[in-house]
Design a protein around this ligand. Structure first.
Ligand SMILES: O=P(O)(O)OC[C@H]1O[C@H](O[C@H]2O[C@H](CO)[C@@H](O)[C@H](O)[C@H]2O)[C@H](O)[C@@H](O)[C@@H]1O
Length: 519
């Protein structure tokens, strides 16, 4: 590992590890609404309730309790004396109101218990198995109790919460103090640590502390300002941080990926290239149209993305080129008028109903069936393995298996592969795949479709967008033919021939929006 390698993860508590952000928001709303109502009655002012989305996110989320009270009241032109942390919840001071909110929060926790985000816990466990140090930070003075209640204390080497901050005189977020103190106690440089935050104030704090990577968690996809506020990447699920600590990934993040120009920043140049030509869009599914998640069935296409795809289809030929089974990817996308390729391009259905299955591959179907049965038998006893059969491929998912089991899984896959030379192995994101050992891939599928749709001509510019190794086959094929534009989604782990980078599915969405607004 180079000096710049990440060695630690510092995670915010509420909204990243536990689902208590919702309970905090609810308690803030109850407290402020009651207070604002009383005030409006006493002073004959208009009553404007606390908005659980905008006010919460802008003024209180992620901040120490009393800073949150002050920041929201100031936004409403209300000035109260600071008071003292010992003020009773009935006192009309900043501290009094803060204590009132805390009382409500504790009542909610008592009633509802603490829910955790399982994706985060799985990642933290995996990182700890890899020897990565972990810290939890929170502005909340209840952090210790919440961790105890959720039985998570043992998963973190260091904890810095509201109580510690007061003792150590640390400034609250968006100042970087809590993160810097966590890094100091973990004995790592800020640039060796990644910060994982769901609040804008926390993302700003991570950026201000010059941490190696600032990850914004936006589970509902509802917080578009995170990137503008300094997040390097925005994710919906911690599963997307897979392999973030592997030296290869870090190396590629600093070399291959970061040297690629952003397709968003260079959109004008791309649009210029497209003027007076027809665009043909080829898009991968997992990791491109949807974030990577623990279980394939949970990679649901958002309504917003579906509506953008509809708009794109009205203007250009659009094809989804997926590793999934053809029927599966069609069901996930659920749109007509698109061309679909499943099983990494072995199984193609054009929008006019033409169904093309790669001829040679058909003869390997009995081999695939046999291999599938062997995989199911021999991997049966290993927890966390999920076998997904596609017509022309078998995916062996190990995302939910322990790090130590991966080697054994690969050995079993390799031994079965030796018994079936008609098949070949390919690796993807936490996945081994067995496919027909035939010179056919997503790149070949793209050119098959270009020919079939009479689009393989100079005035057509194909754009391919994808995130994984199998997508590189298509990007490679376009590059080899000196044709079109290749866009990689996420920092690639292997050398790429892509022309541009989009950092995640959210940027893919922005790219589509930009395409839809071109003349
Ligand atoms: O070519 P794609 O459409 O991107 O398909 C590639 C594989 O995607 C799916 O697996 C990946 O996404 C899952 C859901 O996010 C994730 O759990 C898994 O770890 C990833 O490898 C799909 O299940 C496979 O069949 C595709 O080959």
């Amino acid at each position: 590992m180079s000096n710049n390698s990440y060695k630690a993860a510092i995670l915010d508590l509420d909204g990243v590890i536990t689902q208590t952000a919702r309970q905090h928001a609810k308690a803030w709303k109850q407290m402020f609404d009651k207070y604002l109502q009383q005030r409006s009655q006493n002073n004959s002012e208009n009553y404007q309730p606390f908005d659980i989305d905008t006010d919460y996110r802008k003024y209180v989320d992620g901040k120490p309790r009393y800073d949150g009270v002050e920041s929201f009241l100031t936004s409403r032109g209300i000035n109260l004396p600071k008071g003292d942390p010992n003020d009773s919840p009935e006192t009309e001071t900043i501290c009094g109101l803060g204590n009132r909110k805390n009382q409500l929060f504790l009542q909610l926790m008592d009633r509802e218990g603490v829910d955790i985000y399982q994706d985060t816990i799985s990642q933290v466990r995996q990182w700890r198995e890899q020897g990565i140090k972990t810290a939890v930070i929170s502005s909340s003075r209840n952090c210790g109790n919440i961790l105890e209640a959720a039985e998570l204390t043992h998963l973190f080497d260091v904890k810095i919460d509201g109580v510690d901050s007061q003792e150590l005189n640390l400034e609250g977020k968006p100042a970087p103090d809590v993160f810097l103190e966590a890094a100091r106690q973990l004995d790592v440089e800020p640039k060796q640590a990644i910060v994982i935050e769901d609040a804008v104030a926390g993302v700003q704090a991570g950026r201000a502390g010059k941490f190696g990577l600032v990850v914004g968690v936006d589970r509902e996809g509802a917080n578009p300002s995170m990137r503008e506020q300094g997040a390097d990447v925005v994710i919906q699920d911690l599963g997307e941080l897979d392999d973030i600590f592997s030296p290869e990934k870090q190396h590629s993040a600093s070399s291959a990926g970061s040297s690629l120009p952003s397709a968003l920043e260079k959109f004008d140049a791309i649009a210029k290239h497209l003027s007076n030509r027809q665009l043909a869009l080829f898009i991968d599914y997992d990791g491109t149209l949807t974030p990577i998640v623990n279980r394939p069935e949970d990679a649901i296409l958002s309504d917003e993305m579906r509506s953008l795809l509809t708009q794109l289809t009205e203007r250009f030929p659009v094809a989804i080129i997926s590793g999934r089974d053809l029927a599966d990817v069609r069901k996930m996308v659920s749109l007509d008028h698109l061309h679909y390729a499943g099983s990494h391009g072995f199984d193609i259905l054009s929008a006019d109903g033409t169904h093309q299955q790669q001829e040679e591959a058909k003869s390997t179907l009995p081999e695939l069936d046999e291999a599938e049965q062997k995989l199911r038998d021999r991997l049966n006893s290993i927890e966390g393995v999920n076998i997904e059969r596609k017509r022309f491929a078998i995916a062996i998912h190990y995302r939910q298996a322990t790090e130590s089991a991966v080697k054994q899984i690969e050995q079993i896959v390799d031994s079965i592969l030796e018994e079936h030379p008609q098949l070949s192995k390919q690796k993807g994101k936490k996945i081994f795949e067995l496919k027909p050992n035939i010179n056919w891939d997503k790149g070949k599928a793209v050119f098959w479709l270009l020919d079939r749709l009479n689009l393989n001509k100079p005035d057509v510019i194909p754009i391919y967008i994808g995130d994984d190794t199998t997508d590189e086959d298509a990007i490679h094929a376009l590059h080899d033919q000196n044709k079109g534009i290749g866009i990689r989604v996420g920092l690639p782990e292997e050398p790429t021939q892509a022309d541009y980078l989009l950092r995640d599915p959210d940027e893919v969405k922005q790219f589509f929006q930009a395409l839809c607004s071109t003349e």
